[in-house]
Design a binder for this molecule. Structure first.
Ligand SMILES: [Zn+2]
Length: 366
């Protein structure tokens, strides 16, 4: 990029003026991401109503709603009802601001478009990471939007893939999308054969509830799609008591799959059953290393960053995931059976790729 202000209007102002602009804009985007993280998994609109205190619904006036500063000024408490507002709000605004500024510092001298494209990708990563940590899902609004934006960006900005023409860029984006979704789908499909099944033990008196779309475990709801991936996948448990809308069973063995519900010796079609509540001490679930959300998430990463980024993110995330998992077990914070979100590791590995792909490629690819 030329530093001549005649050719490049950005150069008319000091480089770090734009760094500050990226930071400020990033923190505003971060405050919108906070709304997405809170509302998308709950199927609420992200545009209406405007930001309000989750406890008392007090609406923060727009002129007081300044990212980062507002949270610090009110000391992390609602100025109306004094209830605590999660530090996650501050963290997300700061993190988004810092990452946007970093994109400008790293890529601003090469291409303004590239800085903006990577900033958008990282904004998606932040939203995906925080929803995955809290809810174990990456909403379709993030993953599908990411796939479409990734293809558009690949065509509009072929330099994303080191390409020269829009068609070549689009081709790289499409290959990346197919590779990302395809590889993770394959891992999901065959991974379960390797990982097998696992048990979750219940504390006395805890129950699990089967609703129309989710199995509600004491740790939170899990969509059936995460369990029933193949016909042979089933959930199995012994129920001390099993309540349905119109009947009740005592002391029975239960097996649930996508197409059959077996209670004792009786067989039912699970489709019309909308509610079932079980009191049990342990349940056997099909183990899942990753979820379908990760398939779409990796598709979006491939669409933006290409197939090499997919391969790197997959290897990187499993290394980081294994290390974190072993660390947590060693510290006694979890056991082998507990669930960990996988999306954040993918996001972390792909972020490393964005900033270090050149040295990584130079080091590992002859
Ligand atoms: Zn309040």
């Amino acid at each position: 990029m030329s530093t001549d202000p005649q050719i490049n209007p950005y150069a008319a102002l000091p480089f770090h003026f734009w760094t500050a602009t990226f930071f400020a804009f990033g923190s505003i985007v971060g405050s919108f991401l906070n709304v997405c993280i809170h509302r998308l998994p709950r199927d609420l609109s992200v545009v209406h109503p405007p930001s309000h205190c989750p406890t008392c619904k007090y609406q923060i006036p727009w002129f007081l709603n300044i990212p980062i500063l507002t949270w610090l000024m009110i000391g992390g408490r609602c100025s109306n009802c004094q209830s605590k507002i999660s530090p996650r709000y501050l963290l997300v605004e700061l993190l988004t601001g810092v990452l946007f500024a970093t994109c400008w510092i790293a890529f601003g001298k090469i291409s303004v478009g590239l800085s903006i494209a990577y900033a958008i990708v990282l904004a998606g990563f932040i939203a995906a990471t925080f929803t995955d940590f809290e809810h174990f899902i990456i909403p379709n609004e993030i993953t599908f939007t990411g796939m479409i934006l990734g293809l558009i960006a690949s065509a509009a900005l072929p330099v994303l893939h080191g390409a020269d023409t829009w068609l070549e860029g689009l081709k790289h984006g499409a290959i990346g999308l197919a590779a990302g979704a395809g590889i993770v789908y394959a891992v999901l499909r065959f991974g379960k054969l390797m990982f097998g099944r696992y048990h979750v033990d219940f504390e006395q008196g805890k129950r699990m509830i089967f609703t129309e779309n989710d199995l509600i475990l004491p740790t939170g709801p899990v969509p059936y799609g995460e369990f029933f991936f193949r016909k042979s996948d089933y959930i199995r448990f012994h129920a001390d008591r099993l309540e349905m809308v119109d009947r009740c069973f005592q002391d029975v063995d239960v097996e649930v799959s996508s197409h059959l519900l077996r209670i004792g010796d009786e067989e039912f079609d699970p489709e019309p059953i909308k509610y079932m509540c079980a009191t049990t001490s342990t349940v056997q679930l099909p183990r899942e290393a990753m979820g379908l959300g990760d398939v779409k998430f990796m598709g979006a990463i491939g669409a933006f960053l290409g197939w090499k980024a997919v391969v790197f993110s997959l290897i990187g995330s499993s290394l980081v995931g294994a290390l974190v998992g072993i660390g947590l077990i060693a510290m006694g914070k979890r056991d082998w059976s507990s669930r960990l979100p996988y999306g954040p590791y993918i996001a972390l590995a792909a972020t490393i790729w964005i900033f270090y792909s050149q040295p990584i490629l130079a080091r590992f690819v002859p």
